[in-house]
Design a protein around this ligand. Structure first.
Ligand code: NAI
Length: 319
């Protein structure tokens, strides 16, 4: 049996830790020996207001369980101030949990620029800002774990959430590049798309569903991904109600017309079924997987227009 996975001596920043998922993550880290910075602006779900009580309550809960924690009330837009709280209280940062969030749901037709900007500021800029302030510290020590929080709305889209979807998928893009940049410094970066009953979801889910979707069933994945023994990086996971799964990209084998041909709209239409045929699909994981197939298409030209890589058979064929 795996021995208890602990975080003794590790300093964790959890943003938006005054409620819901962030609170649950913070309590888990605190119970397993981490020193926790409980960040929360203490505002409403649409981004208005401010209060210290949300963060203070969670700090008190962690301390009551024998853990160590300190509160921070800054908005995640000011990541440097949040990281300063960690440095002043505990001297370093080992783990960053980007979790804080709000909603401004409205159909795209009715969305204002303010609805758009505020969501980008809190979710995308906030995730950037906190991680960017902690990054040099983690690089210097050759250790770090960063977790980002995306959403099914970002991955798949959702009516009334154009602003939120854009920010949340932007977060996944940020995570994918940071996983690459952090790899040589032992900084692992992963992303979760959680489902949990919380203030954000209580207006759109029935009470029995809210009751069944405990934030506490998401936190174990967060803990594992951020543990020093976990080698996972660049992962994207869906998690909620005791369901844990990993997502990946899938790409059809596609079609190469050959670069000696002037490709027409009709050519594309004629090959449409094949372009979207996922039989024998690939699962690209790096940008080189794109250059690989593009180079294969270019190779046709460099071979004088007589040959091309036929992606149907993945073999070099004469034409
Ligand atoms: P919640 O409303 O219970 O908790 C979010 C916390 O973030 C609040 O305590 C709030 O005060 C804080 N916060 C908001 N703006 C802040 C800012 N600028 N700076 C610092 N703190 C701020 O919401 P929940 O459901 O726990 O959401 C946590 C994260 O999970 C969010 O990023 C949300 O988008 C994401 N998420 C949640 C889902 C769910 O089913 N609950 C589904 C998909 C994603």
């Amino acid at each position: 049996m795996t021995q208890e996975l602990r975080f003794d001596g590790k300093v964790v920043i959890v943003t938006g830790a005054g409620n819901g998922l962030g609170r649950s993550h913070a309590l888990m880290f605190g119970a397993r020996g981490a020193k926790v910075v409980v960040n929360d602006l203490g505002g409403g779900i649409h981004g208005g207001g401010q209060s210290s009580s949300a963060a203070d309550k969670v700090v008190a809960e962690i301390k009551a369980l024998g853990g160590e924690a300190v509160a921070n009330y800054d908005s995640v837009e000011h990541g440097d101030k949040i990281v300063k709280t960690a440095l002043d209280a505990f001297g370093t940062v080992d783990i960053v949990i980007n979790n804080a969030g709000i909603l401004r749901d409205v159909s795209f037709q009715k969305m204002t620029t303010e609805d758009w900007d505020l969501i980008q500021k809190v979710h995308l800029k906030g995730s950037f800002s906190v991680t960017h302030a902690a990054w040099p510290i983690m690089r210097d020590k050759g250790y770090g774990r960063v977790l980002f929080t995306t959403s099914g709305a970002g991955i798949y889209g959702n009516f009334g959430q154009a602003n939120y979807s854009a920010a949340k998928l932007g977060i996944y893009g940020l995570a994918s590049t940071l996983a690459i940049e952090g790899r040589s410094k032992n900084i692992h970066v992963n992303t979760i798309a959680p489902i949990a009953g919380s203030r954000l979801t209580e207006t759109i889910m029935p009470p029995e569903m809210i009751a069944a979707l405990k934030p506490e069933s998401v936190s174990p994945l967060v803990g594992w991904l951020c543990h020093e023994s976990c080698q996972e990086t660049s992962g994207l996971f869906e998690v909620g109600a005791s369901y844990f799964s990993k997502l990946r990209w899938e790409r059809s084998l596609g079609h190469v017309f050959g670069t000696n041909k002037n490709i027409s709209i009709e050519d594309v239409a004629n090959k449409w079924e094949k372009i979207g045929d996922f039989t024998d699909a690939e699962h690209p994981t790096t940008i080189n997987d794109t250059f690989g197939v593009i180079n294969a298409a270019i190779a046709h030209k460099s071979l004088g227009g007589n040959q091309f890589i036929d992606l149907d058979t993945a073999s070099s064929a004469s034409v």
